[in-house]
Design a protein around this ligand. Structure first.
Ligand SMILES: NC(=O)c1ccc[n+]([C@@H]2O[C@H](COP(=O)([O-])OP(=O)(O)OC[C@H]3O[C@@H](n4cnc5c(N)ncnc54)[C@H](OP(=O)(O)O)[C@@H]3O)[C@@H](O)[C@H]2O)c1
Length: 214
């Protein structure tokens, strides 16, 4: 697939590099494509990777990963205006407050639903927000895959995102309509609490199942 990754930080850099290593074409969109950070990332990625402006990355790709700080998302989406029309927009953003001690939204909305309003003709799928960038780099735990929960209202877009998660050795678990981002985003606060209180960034969620009784 052709994937645009907006943001060259922990999440964008990790997932973008891994998708390129899995054979996808990746365009990183950066504020400073010629800067040291973006160029170092590029040097650590395979040849099917480019670093460019946000708009170029969006125009080249069919699927866009939004890997930006919550505080910057509204402005950037408005700058991109109609360029996202019809594109699958993967939202991994947690709407953290300025002290990272809680979320700015919840119960009656979510970052994913706000993003869907700011990019109204894009096909938003919430995914990858309940695990650390360290686990994104290596999702296997003694042969068990870390879960990626994902939700959205566009069935073909969900299928694509599930496949992109599976391509990176995650266990992709579909979690209903986009409104369920209201559950996935607070779930990330639980993850952050656990990670910062003893478990560290090398931990992940999984769902245990037993055969259903007949
Ligand atoms: N870190 C995690 O473990 C984790 C896990 C799950 C979800 N998330 C979510 O994923 C998103 C990205 O997190 P991250 O940890 O990758 O963040 P990060 O390392 O700070 O990277 C964010 C990137 O966004 C770009 N950017 C554009 N406008 C910016 C601005 N005004 N200020 C700062 N950066 C700006 C920057 O790339 P350029 O310099 O190239 O423009 C920057 O490298 C966040 O919404 C976060 O809640 C993070």
């Amino acid at each position: 697939m052709k994937i645009g990754v907006l943001g060259t930080g922990f999440v964008g850099g990790t997932l973008g590099r891994r998708w390129a290593e899995a054979g996808h074409q990746v365009w990183f969109g950066s504020r400073d494509p010629d800067g040291d950070k973006a160029q170092t990332l590029l040097a650590n990625c395979p040849a099917n990777t480019r670093v460019t402006s946000w708009i170029d990355a969006v125009e080249q790709a069919d699927v866009i990963l939004l890997a930006l700080p919550w505080s910057s998302v509204e402005d950037i989406l408005k700058q991109l205006d109609g360029a996202l029309d019809g594109k699958i927009l993967i939202d991994c953003v947690n709407p953290l407050n300025s002290t990272f001690s809680g979320l700015e939204l919840g119960f009656t909305s979510s970052a994913a639903e706000e993003i869907a309003q700011w990019a109204p003709r894009s096909r938003v799928v919430k995914a990858f927000n309940t695990l650390s960038a360290a686990v994104m780099a290596d999702p296997m735990f003694d042969g068990v895959k870390a879960a990626v929960f994902y939700c959205g209202d566009d069935a073909p877009a969900l299928e694509v995102v599930g496949q992109l998660a599976n391509d990176l050795d995650f266990d992709a678990i579909v979690a209903g309509p986009l409104q369920n981002a209201r559950y996935l985003e607070p779930f990330s606060m639980l993850y952050i609490h656990l990670a910062m209180n003893g478990w560290g960034s090398q931990c992940a969620f999984q769902v245990l199942t037993r055969p259903k009784p007949q």
